[in-house]
Design a binder for this molecule. Sequence first.
Ligand code: GLY
Length: 383
Amino acid sequence: MITQAIVRKPCNAIINALTTSDMGPPDYQAALSQHAAYTDALRDCGLDVIELPADENFPDSTFVEDVALLTPQCAILTRPGAPSRTEEVIAMAPVIQEYYESVEIIDAPGMLDAGDILLAGEHYYIGLSTRTNRAGAEQLINILSRYGMTGSVVRLNTVLHLKTGMGYLDNGDMLVSGEFTDKPEFTAFHQIHLPSEEAAAANCLLINGTVLMPEGYPRARKMVEAQGYPVKTIDISEFEKLTAVSAACPCVSDTLNTGDNMQRTDTVKHISWIADKWRHRITGVITTLLLALSSVAGTASADVKHLTFATIKNSVNSQISFQVIREAYRKLGIEVDADYLPASRSLMMAGYGQYDGELYRIAGITEDYPTCYRFPPLLTGWR
Ligand code: GLY
């Protein structure tokens, strides 16, 4: 049973969203109406819809599907492969953390768009595409296996995202088109071959027994109905102009509950706050950084080209801190790596000078680790 979905209202900047289609830019008002109808359709399927406001900083931000994979065991924040989309994740992190206790993150050099991930039964297929590389797919497979789930890769040749060209329904029923009709990975499924002129209909969602399908593909609709699925069509023509048609889909999960066990924490507020600073590029405190005195502190920055920080593993805060710090240092011409370690080992090793510093620690920590200097986290004027 799927209970909730996350959507984000399209922004005005959607007219500048990524596309390789020659259908022209979307009409903003029409996109808004279609998105509202899509949100209503999700509600009609019984979902509680979490509606995020439009984010003008990211033209593609309405395509929330790409920035997180929500599984029954954990959520995985992705690292979208289009440079203009990578930071969308920062704004999504606090939303996801509100609903999940376990939040993982894909890190550089991995790239992963969740539009490239198809759950078929219990298995996740990951498309290797222009947006998803092997490093990203391997990180995801490792994360899945830590939570008792499985994944494997599928190479894409023509479509943008895996779910642009195929979809999974239930009981082994799989919608396939184009390059997916003869992939050995999928021969064991009951394949519904879509006619090439209706290939875009593969981009559908099965939600609590109803198939949500794009409008305008009557043959595909009949094929799905013939398998016994009720179909509801929605007009997403304005989004189909933006290449990644599947990305009009929301993040949906059958594990999102509204129970009391999912509580908003200070951590969430903190990440949200970081995200705001990041998004608006305003001057201010970004995150906390401890520098190991025996290492980089006191070194003229012009001499430093590379730094390695230790930080806490399995902590989304540390991972986000690392992304912020890495970007800040990159602007100074310094590359930064992170090693994720158990919390106290991370501090001890930084304290012993094994690392150049340590990320994301509270004030007062240096009383116990006097060889570390808590670097005042003011990245003044940083843009
Ligand atoms: N326009 C959506 C995407 O390319 O990701």
